[in-house]
Unconditional design. Structure first.
Length: 51
């Protein structure tokens, strides 16, 4: 589980719309950054759909 918009950058830490499922590799890759391009956004949306 990861925050789509990191709490340290203004995202809600507990709002369901800000949570996405992701593997640990993707979580480490994203770190505390906001997905900047369509490719990154696609990955988080895909992870949500898989769950």
């Amino acid at each position: 589980m990861d925050h789509h918009h990191p709490p340290g950058r203004g995202g809600s830490p507990d709002h369901a719309d800000n949570l996405v499922y992701c593997c640990s590799r993707c979580n480490l890759y994203k770190s505390d950054y906001w997905p900047r391009n369509a490719g990154d956004l696609h990955l988080t949306r895909r992870a949500t759909k898989i769950a």
